[in-house]
Write a protein that binds this ligand. Structure first.
Ligand SMILES: [Zn+2]
Ligand SMILES: [Zn+2]
Ligand SMILES: [Zn+2]
Ligand SMILES: [Zn+2]
Ligand SMILES: [Zn+2]
Ligand SMILES: [Zn+2]
Ligand SMILES: [Zn+2]
Length: 330
């Protein structure tokens, strides 16, 4: 059970408001609303759900606390910044507690250890299952190729981006503003070579788009986002990206991938999952090598059905993702 929890590779499913998950204490799959999961998990450890931030007293109900100015908080809200349910596990005996103070007491009383972060680990029992949301479609709506590549200057129907650029170069080379069917005026951009500045915008109306979750920049390929994150966000940020797929014949599919653990492909050592640490590792250990890392992360997928109640979200931990830098950043 402890190894299974440590691997953080479980699958979860949200359907009709209920989260389906494997309870590692009961050793069976259960389906409950989030509120019932919190109650279920805290019953397993025998702890009280609420704690006061001032006097540290614990309570079963939020309103049980009187004659104290402190704030009473739900332990799960205290442990995480999103809606995930996190707990602490003793590294020595795999004992699980939800209150940090409880695991600290455990270390002192049971193992006569000092209170040290190295002696316990923080693990996720149920992830944040709130559906993936995307604003990409509001910015770049989906359009069929017949609409996307029809030249609004002369009404010629082109087949694809390549044919469009060839046509534009041939017929409208003097134009530096293009009125897209979506209403946006696209202006000539010197950063984009040749006459591809129009096609670069038109391609944003296709079904598949990828987005950097740090700066919300939109890209055509997953490879482009990963490269963008490595080149632009060199601070202490986690690699997090979103994929939007809007095939008109199917449901809209939104997914978010987050990389938590990274393994260096050259020395197989584990690197902390932030961009800054990747750079530190390569600068110190392999300064002449191209960055190549395999990440273990999670993927959350929301299938937006036409009717709200069919919307389904799944979460899968332990997903492998590779990150490499193809052109060297300066
Ligand atoms: Zn259980
Ligand atoms: Zn208090
Ligand atoms: Zn222990
Ligand atoms: Zn034209
Ligand atoms: Zn447009
Ligand atoms: Zn970005
Ligand atoms: Zn290495």
């Amino acid at each position: 059970m402890a190894d299974r929890l440590r691997a953080q590779a479980e699958k979860f499913q949200l359907n009709m408001g209920k989260i389906e998950a494997f309870c590692l204490f009961c050793e069976e799959t259960k389906k409950m609303v989030k509120h019932h999961w919190t109650q279920h998990l805290i019953n397993h450890t025998g702890e009280l759900m609420f704690a006061c931030d001032t006097c540290n007293m614990k309570f079963k109900n939020k309103n049980d606390h009187k004659n104290c100015a402190g704030q009473v908080m739900n332990v799960f809200d205290q442990n995480s910044s999103d809606a995930s349910l996190m707990g602490y596990m003793c590294k020595d005996c795999n004992y699980i507690q939800f209150h940090l103070s409880s695991i600290e007491n455990h270390l002192v009383n049971e193992h006569h250890q000092l209170i040290d972060e190295l002696n316990y680990e923080k693990l996720m029992l149920i992830p944040d299952m709130s559906p993936v949301h995307s604003d990409v479609s509001a910015k770049f709506g989906f359009a069929e190729a017949s609409q996307r590549f029809k030249c609004t200057v002369c009404q010629t129907q082109l087949l694809d981006a390549l044919a469009f650029t060839a046509h534009f170069t041939d017929k409208h080379n003097d134009i530096d503003e293009y009125q897209c069917f979506c209403g946006v005026t696209v202006r000539k951009n010197d950063l984009i070579p040749g006459n591809q500045w129009v096609a670069a915008h038109l391609l944003m109306h296709r079904s598949d788009l990828h987005q950097c979750m740090i700066c919300m920049g939109v890209y055509l390929r997953k490879k482009d986002v990963l490269e963008h994150i490595l080149c632009t966000h060199q601070g202490n940020v986690q690699i997090k990206l979103q994929h939007v797929c809007r095939n008109p014949n199917r449901n809209i599919k939104l997914s978010v991938s987050t990389i938590q653990k990274l393994i260096c492909n050259i020395c197989q050592r584990q690197v902390d999952g932030s961009v800054a640490h990747i750079f530190d590792h390569f600068n110190n250990e392999h300064p002449s090598k191209t960055i190549s890392i395999t990440g273990i992360g999670s993927k959350k997928i929301t299938n937006l059905a036409r009717t709200q109640c069919d919307t389904e979200t799944t979460y899968e931990g332990g997903k492998q993702m590779s990150v490499r830098q193809t052109n060297t950043a300066t």
